[in-house]
Design a protein around this ligand. Structure first.
Ligand SMILES: Nc1ncnc2c1ncn2[C@@H]1O[C@H](COP(=O)(O)OP(=O)(O)OP(=O)(O)O)[C@@H](O)[C@H]1O
Length: 274
């Protein structure tokens, strides 16, 4: 008898939130948020201060559990009790205030405890050459070239530090990437590096969530836009629904925000229902 043929699993969304809520006392930081983060797409999260963006990042990265609803990873419900658990499940987070070990070399920062070795038993040695090469290759994949991996990590500029974290996530097989954009202003070059790395992660098939305050940059790379207001989903739009100017107006907030969100969301559901 022949072995049953194992068909490839149907294309499953990598991460899905179903009516997910998080409360701080009487404040609903997130209220019944439902969104799918498909593999190979960049979903940008936009919203004013206090709209729940950081809370969303905290839940996805295992820093804080959700109170209600479900978080699904490739269709399986998950509930992370620590960032370590989220990482082990393949969710890599690039924190807003991402730190590197400044005095350690770039390649040491890339591996941080997972360095390649050669030889076995008592002859096992750190394979420094391989570590260097791997770091250079992985960084080139996210757009950082001419890198001297022996330089201390403190020599990396802000955008390149984020690139290092994204390159690591890709190298170590993450399925989803959560990027909380740095609040400190980045130069155009640093911003370009960061966006390049994010696009590289999408190309590799990761589900990417990008929290940003910059609608222009969001529109440059985003496939979908999740608009949060007071912890709730105010709109979920695709690139076809909005242009950069729409997103900027949405971010400007106020009544215009509400009116435009409603109009675009209605339009979106009409289009979605076709
Ligand atoms: N640890 C906490 N204790 C109490 N309330 C909190 C806590 N963290 C967040 N909140 C509240 O939850 C809501 C959402 O906050 P959150 O930080 O997720 O928003 P945000 O969109 O990330 O804002 P910002 O852009 O200012 O970081 C806000 O009303 C905030 O005051």
């Amino acid at each position: 008898m022949t072995e049953p043929v194992h068909r490839a699993a149907p294309h499953l969304p990598e991460l899905e939130l179903q009516r997910l809520s998080v409360h701080f006392g009487s404040v609903a930081a997130l209220s019944r948020v439902s969104v799918t983060l498909p593999a190979g797409e960049i979903t940008c999260v936009l919203g004013e201060n206090g709209s729940g963006k950081s809370t969303l990042v905290s839940v996805l990265s295992g820093l804080r559990p959700h109170d209600e609803g479900q978080l699904l990873l490739s269709g399986e419900p998950v509930r992370f009790r620590s960032p370590r658990q989220a990482r082990a499940a393949g969710i890599a987070t690039v924190w807003q205030d991402l730190a590197v070990a400044p005095l350690l070399s770039i390649w040491r920062n890339f591996f941080l405890g997972a360095e390649p070795t050669r030889g076995v038993g008592p002859l096992r040695r750190l394979d420094v050459e391989k570590a260097r090469e791997t770091t250079v290759r992985a960084m080139a994949r996210v757009g950082v070239t001419h890198l001297d991996p022996d330089q201390p990590a403190s020599t990396l500029q802000a955008g390149a530090r984020q690139s290092l974290a994204i390159a690591r996530a890709m190298h170590f097989g993450a399925r989803a990437l959560i990027v909380d954009e740095p609040t400190a202003p980045l130069t155009v070059n640093q911003q370009t590096l960061l966006l390049q790395a994010i696009v590289a992660a999408r190309t590799q098939g990761l589900a990417v969530l990008l929290v940003t305050n910059n609608p222009r940059y969001a529109h440059l790379v985003g496939d979908r836009f999740l608009l949060l207001a007071h912890g709730s989903v105010a709109g979920l739009l695709t690139r076809d629904d909005v242009d950069a100017a729409d997103l900027m107006r949405l971010m400007a907030g106020g009544e215009e925000f509400n009116a435009l969100t409603e109009a675009l969301t209605a339009l979106h559901s009409e289009l979605g229902d076709r």
